[in-house]
Design a protein around this ligand. Structure first.
Ligand code: SF4
Length: 114
């Protein structure tokens, strides 16, 4: 009877340990994406490390600049600008992939329609 009780205790403790381990793993993996999101938010809009060579060539072709030389032709006032998502700091452009500064500009600037 005593050994049966010990076995029961052992299984119960194993179950609790397993549940604790799974909960901890779920909590850790559940936190990771938000941590990555925070890391992404802190990244500069000028960080092009994840942009392909093809997309970099497009930027160059369109003479994209991170600060508009003409203050009346900023990306934020261009109809091709893709505003930042709610939890992001960099916008995008319909012409090429990668982060785009709201204060930037390029030769394809197109005014917002009124
Ligand atoms: S087309 Fe040029 S100006 Fe317009 S959002 Fe894209 S990069 Fe900015």
């Amino acid at each position: 009877m005593t050994s049966n009780f010990n076995r029961r205790q052992f299984f119960r403790q194993s179950l609790y340990s397993s549940v604790s381990f799974v909960s901890a793993a779920w909590w850790i993996t559940g936190c990771s994406p938000s941590e990555k999101k925070k890391e992404y938010q802190l990244k500069s809009c000028q960080d092009l490390s994840e942009v392909s060579e093809v997309e970099l060539a497009k930027r160059k072709q369109f003479a994209y600049e991170t600060r508009a030389s003409d203050p009346l032709k900023k990306c934020m006032d261009c109809k091709l600008f893709l505003p930042p998502r709610l939890d992001e700091s960099c916008g995008g452009c319909s012409l090429f992939k990668g982060p785009v500064e709201a204060e930037g500009s390029c030769t394809y600037w197109a005014p917002l329609e009124a």
